[in-house]
Ligand binder design. Structure first.
Ligand code: ADP
Ligand code: MG
Length: 864
């Protein structure tokens, strides 16, 4: 066996960690002013070492460590310092829940902020972004570092400023949408983001894996092409199953036979159904799907003249949802009801490629090791597991597997009942809202009080508060797996939060449901203190959100701060006593109700228990009817179900079963990984194109002299068209086209041009181009100075955007077509790459030509 100690990353970085400790001792003696001055000093040092951040790492880490101590009174653990080093070196730091990752991120954030190019700390939701932002504001006020925050509520007009801060807290989706919007800006002053430099991604697996399956899309509606839907509908009515197309029910797809293809081509009078410039294939296939695979009153119903989807698993109607990619419209055409507008993608990017735009990237989470390969191959980030501060002693009990789903839920409810009787806090994780409601109903019948949480975005803040208190005695908490993400469960409750709730409740009468009476405040405080509290009832609520140590500084808050401290001390004691009792009961009990689509998410749930060396237990209750096993279990589980004839209520224990369950779960993991990998590989193609286009766009946007660009485009166009001219045996028509396109006044006739050598023609055309353009410029300059530059920029950006949007659409069609065409043929990805390249070149040529055409004729616009 390998010597584990050798692989403990602590040992590798021991010298650095000691060095940080040494410097910390020195900094302890600094005054607050001196500590603040450190930022300035470090910036100078950094300049002198050519911005090599590694050299000042120890000093910067020690500085922020001291700032953390002074501001919130916590001393970072050794493993937290280690986590900071690992993050700085562009890795993923796997650190369990409750290890204090929020603070860990501040170490590399501070160090890298000193470079002055901005640091982004990315979180999964607004609540966490704001929570961590507030904490960082407090801490960094000791260091002269500015902190920004961008959430969905941040006004557009403030965003640029927030992105300009040294460190900015932001959610992944705001980051992505701002990136796309910036690249659609018409004025350079409208751009809000700086170039991406350094990002620390919190809950990195959620963002880079779970959310990476669907790209971010900015869309707008387009006009509907009624006749296409209707004509496709007619064509498909004359096609026959088996002869002309085949139906694949499992994947819900239709495939045209060769005969089918040629009939379509004949009926539509086109030469190639799969030609990318012909829109037909998508409409035909959708019409066929509508005809064969989507049935009225099974897959959808018609209500108020609308197609309404029926969910295939639950049978519930899903109002307001629409099938994508034109399928919904094809069904509308089939049913002869009004065809609604389609959405058109204006810009899109996958999270994979968004994050790869950073010069330096790192992430942290409690659960990454199981997806190590993916992180390494796609993001080039190794996963390094940081040991916990205290040894984890949670017991993960073996799964209990029931034959039927019903008996599984029954036993879960009974287990909750037993736990509730003893007072042991229990957290039950479910995979869907429906299932959590099912359990809630069962608990109601058993008369067990519970908190029910699901991951609706609007509830996130409230949920976080419930999760904080899920470690109190008698707490039974049911949650879907996303709920309360990023907040850890402290046994006995979080005394700071409780104190805040109590005071807020007292002052503002907030009817907080964990804290209905405030009598205990009266028990703890002296009469005089109570009256101070009462006198403060009108106090601005804001003062209270800025709680804790900050009170100390402001005189008028001093009394309140003392009251806060007194209550805190009391609740701290109460919580500690309660924690002690809970530990005697065995700590937090986590119940899983279904294996998730990856082991990682199971681990996330288990990891809620056993934080910071606490006792704890986890157990999964499963059934052979669970979705995952039904769909991915294969024959072994099916056979087991048949042969096992034991009582429903007794869980089965069998090694073969556990093995089959594990392999089913691995199959699901692999399945989703493939989807992400494929998305990534295909997106890589368009990503390189996007980068090129965005770069060109940015160049134009920031340029004050776009004339060069126009001339360059025109010269390219002349070059390209002359090549075509030569290829086509000096076809005179092409010369005419060039002259028409450039709108130049040739004084010599085409005949003379035809007699010239190609080089001479080129020279002549380029010269004429400049002369014409000079004249145009003089003319426009007289009309309105500066107008020509505006026009140039306008046409350039407008045509680039238009062509790019059309290109995205073609690319997505191309991807679909390739999928259809390539049954059994060569590697579809290679084919996709080749065709994508041609499409791109065509787009570029098209952009150049239309811009030239429009600019050379811009006189018309003025005349109108
Ligand atoms: P994670 O994100 O790793 O799950 P958090 O950053 O949410 O953990 O921190 C969990 C809790 O631990 C917070 O209440 C935090 O104040 C506390 N904490 C963090 N670091 C320390 C420390 N060095 N000493 C004591 N408490 C700490
Ligand atoms: Mg966290």
């Amino acid at each position: 066996m390998l010597n584990l100690l050798q692989y403990n990353p602590i040992n590798k970085h021991k010298t650095k960690i000691n060095q940080i400790d040494q410097i910390s001792l020195k900094l302890k003696k600094y005054s607050d002013e001196q500590l603040k001055e450190q930022t300035h000093q470090l910036k100078i040092k950094l300049q002198n070492v050519n911005f090599n951040t590694d050299i000042i790492l120890a000093e910067a880490f020690a500085t922020i460590k001291e700032a953390i101590y002074r501001s919130i009174g916590l001393t970072l653990f050794e493993v937290q310092i280690l986590g900071g080093i690992i993050l700085h070196q562009n890795n993923i730091a796997e650190m369990k829940t409750g290890e204090g990752k929020t603070l860990v991120a501040l170490l590399p954030a501070y160090l890298n902020a000193l470079v002055g190019k901005g640091v982004h700390i990315i979180t999964v939701n607004d609540y966490l972004a704001e929570r961590d932002f507030k904490l960082a504001c407090n801490i960094f006020s000791y260091l002269d570092i500015t902190i920004g925050l961008v959430t969905q509520y941040t006004n557009y007009s403030n965003r640029q400023e927030e992105y300009g801060k040294d460190i900015t807290y932001i959610t992944n989706s705001e980051l992505g949408f701002d990136y796309l919007k910036d690249n659609m800006a018409i004025n350079s002053k409208d751009i809000v983001q700086r170039d991406f430099y350094y990002a620390i991604v919190d809950e990195v697996d959620s963002i880079l894996i779970d959310e990476a399956r669907t790209p971010l899309i900015i869309s707008g509606t387009t006009e509907i092409r009624h006749n296409l839907y209707e004509k496709a509908q007619l064509v498909c009515n004359s096609l026959k199953n088996i002869d002309h197309y085949k139906i694949d029910e499992k994947s819900r797809n239709v495939i045209l036979t060769e005969l089918g293809v040629s009939i379509c081509e004949k009926l539509l009078s086109i030469s190639n159904l799969y030609e990318i410039s012909s829109p037909w294939i998508k409409y035909i296939l959708n019409a066929l799907k509508a005809k064969e695979l989507f049935l009225k009153n099974k897959d959808y119903i018609i209500k108020n003249n609308q197609i309404i989807i029926v969910d295939e698993f639950t049978g519930r109607v899903m109002e307001g949802r629409r099938w994508s990619d034109g399928l919904h419209q094809s069904i509308e055409a089939k049913e002869n009801i009004k065809i609604e507008a389609e959405n058109k993608t204006l810009a899109s990017i996958t999270y994979q490629n968004l994050f790869l735009l950073y010069k330096k990237l790192c992430g942290m989470t409690g659960t990454a090791k199981t997806e190590e390969n993916e992180f390494l191959s796609i993001y080039k980030m190794p996963v390094i597991t940081i040991p916990t501060n205290k040894k984890c002693i949670r017991k993960d009990l073996p799964d209990l597997v029931y034959r039927s789903e019903y008996s599984k839920w029954q036993s879960i409810a009974n287990e909750c009942f037993d736990m509730y009787k003893t007072g042991r806090p229990t957290l039950i994780g479910t995979t869907s809202i429906e299932k959590s409601e099912l359990l809630a109903n069962m608990l109601e019948q058993l008369k067990i009080p519970y908190n029910l949480l699901n991951a609706k975005p609007e509830n996130i803040a409230r949920e976080a508060e419930i999760i904080i208190q899920a470690g109190k005695k008698f707490a039974i908490t049911i949650s879907t797996n996303m709920a309360g993400r990023g907040t850890d469960i402290i046994l006995g409750g979080n005394p700071e939060k409780i104190t805040e709730f109590k005071i807020e409740n007292f002052l503002f009468g907030k009817n907080n449901r964990y804290n209905k009476n405030i009598k205990d405040i009266e028990d703890i405080l002296e009469k005089e203190e109570l009256s101070i509290l009462k006198a403060n009832i009108d106090l601005n609520k804001k003062n209270f959100s800025n709680k804790t140590r900050n009170y100390e500084k402001k005189d008028n808050n001093k009394q309140l701060y003392q009251i806060y401290q007194k209550l805190l001390k009391e609740y701290d004691l109460l919580c500690k006593t309660e924690k002690h009792e809970i530990l005697n009961l065995g700590g937090l009990y986590v119940i899983g109700t279904e294996r998730h689509e990856s082991r990682r998410i199971d681990n996330q749930l288990r990891g809620r228990s056993g934080r910071q060396g606490d006792r704890g237990t986890s157990r999964f209750f499963l059934s052979l009817q669970d979705n995952l096993f039904r769909i991915f279990g294969g024959s072994s589980i099916e056979n087991l179900m048949k042969t096992l004839s034991i009582d429903d209520s007794i869980p089965i224990e069998s090694i073969i079963l556990t093995k089959s369950l594990n392999s089913a779960q691995k199959k699901v993991e692999a399945y989703f990984y493939d989807i992400r990998k494929q998305l990534f590989e295909y997106d890589e193609v368009i990503n390189n194109q996007r980068k090129a286009i965005y770069k060109e766009r940015k160049k134009i946007l920031n340029s004050t002299f776009t004339r060069d660009c126009i001339i360059e485009y025109a010269e390219y166009t002349i070059d390209e068209m002359l090549k075509i001219y030569l290829k086509n045996n000096r076809d005179r028509k092409i010369l005419e086209q060039i002259i028409q396109l450039l709108n130049i006044n040739t004084k010599i006739s085409i005949n003379i041009l035809e007699d010239m050598k190609t080089n001479e023609v080129k020279y002549y055309l380029n010269e004429q181009l400049r002369i014409s353009y000079d004249l145009k410029e003089i003319y426009l300059e007289q009309l309105r100075p500066g107008l020509i530059r505006q026009l140039e920029k306008y046409y350039l950006l407008q045509q680039i955007d238009k062509a790019w949007q059309e290109h995205i659409e073609k690319m997505s069609l191309l991807k679909e077509y390739i999928g259809w065409r390539s049954y059994g043929q060569q590697d579809p990805l290679i084919e996709y790459k080749n065709e994508a390249f041609h499409l791109f070149i065509n787009m570029i040529t098209y952009i150049r030509q239309t811009v030239i055409y429009l600019v050379m004729r811009s006189r018309l616009i003025i005349d109108v």
